[in-house]
Design a protein around this ligand. Structure first.
Ligand SMILES: [Zn+2]
Length: 320
């Protein structure tokens, strides 16, 4: 039972996953790419119990759920809706708002759409992911609650805006993979902690002249710090010292405002993860689609209560 090829167009997707049965076939193909094997007796014969989303071993009668270990387990929402939502989320660069998803899928409750999107967002953080390496640009930005005019740490006093650190791999003049994190402050320990969590030792880190970035050499990185030109000069064509990170920040800000009309601070990290997820997999939509549905990751499902208020998220860097 070979895994079917990933649909290249919206039309093809619609035709491939038009029914619950088709979605179940796909789940079975992901679960048993070389054909069904009973986890009880090891025999290769089974019947489909389509209505219960299970297969039953023809020899020992054991039942195996197609959705266990995926975010689809015990869902009351049709598989076609989940597949459709995952496809839109991986292929549409703008991402989806819950309201738009509710409308597009014809869901009765807004909460259902909201829940689906947040389950996807939590599936996006691959805990075993490879650290960035080679040459990496790092820059910081404020998100939300504009505090224009205030410089650096003085902005922290109002605390309406969130501070975000952005890292982008330099591959020649193009961008490689990215990482983004909400950070509580500009302290040297905070920045070093982010770099250590996200970059391989020996990575060359390019930053602006911010003082907190000093000391990166001691932490095992090669550090290239250059003074960032003034904004007015950059508008007139002077180049940023971290152009790839700046471009990523611009895209992020545009996306947060355009698609979500701003995001609350306690959910911000989740949105950063979504942005980075799509960004890092922009060339592998099939892998992205399967990761979202939890196919092959064995990630435990997240309950509604834990998602509200971001309770299941890891604590901010320096608070951990
Ligand atoms: Zn069996």
């Amino acid at each position: 039972m070979p895994r079917p090829a990933f649909p290249r167009t919206l039309r093809e997707f619609q035709l491939t996953f038009a029914s619950e049965a088709a979605c179940q076939q796909y789940l079975a193909a992901c679960r048993w790419p070389d054909g069904f094997v009973c986890p009880g007796c090891g025999k290769p014969h089974a019947y489909e119990l389509a209505k219960r989303q299970r297969w039953q071993c023809a020899v020992c009668r054991r039942q195996v759920s197609l959705t266990s270990g995926t975010i689809l387990h015990n869902t009351k929402t049709p598989l076609t809706a989940w597949f459709w939502a995952a496809y839109l989320m991986t292929t549409d660069k703008r991402g989806l708002s819950a309201l738009l998803l509710q409308r597009q899928l014809g869901l009765r409750r807004y909460e259902t759409a909201w829940m689906m999107l947040h389950k996807f967002r939590r599936a996006m953080v691959n805990l075993t992911r490879e650290p960035l390496r080679g040459e990496v640009e790092v820059d910081e930005t404020w998100v939300g609650g504009a505090q224009a005019g205030l410089q650096g740490s003085r902005q922290l006093r109002g605390r309406k805006a969130a501070l975000v650190l952005v890292a982008v791999e330099k591959r020649g003049r193009a961008s490689g993979r990215s990482r983004m994190a909400v950070i509580p402050d500009f302290r040297r320990a905070t920045l070093t902690s982010f770099l250590k969590q996200n970059m391989a030792p020996g990575t060359t880190v390019y930053t602006d002249g911010l003082k907190s970035f000093s000391g990166l050499q001691d932490a095992g990185f090669k550090h290239v710090a250059r003074i960032q030109p003034r904004r007015t000069a950059m508008r007139n064509g002077t180049k940023s010292v971290v152009p790839l990170a700046d471009r990523a920040i611009g895209n992020l800000q545009q996306w947060l405002i355009g698609t979500h009309h701003g995001v609350s601070r306690d959910q911000l990290q989740v949105y950063l993860d979504e942005f980075v997820f799509r960004y890092n997999r922009r060339k592998q939509p099939m892998a992205a689609f399967q990761t979202l549905l939890g196919l092959g990751t064995g990630r435990a499902p997240t309950t509604y209560a834990r998602i509200q208020g971001g309770k299941d998220l890891p604590p901010l860097l320096s608070e951990s």
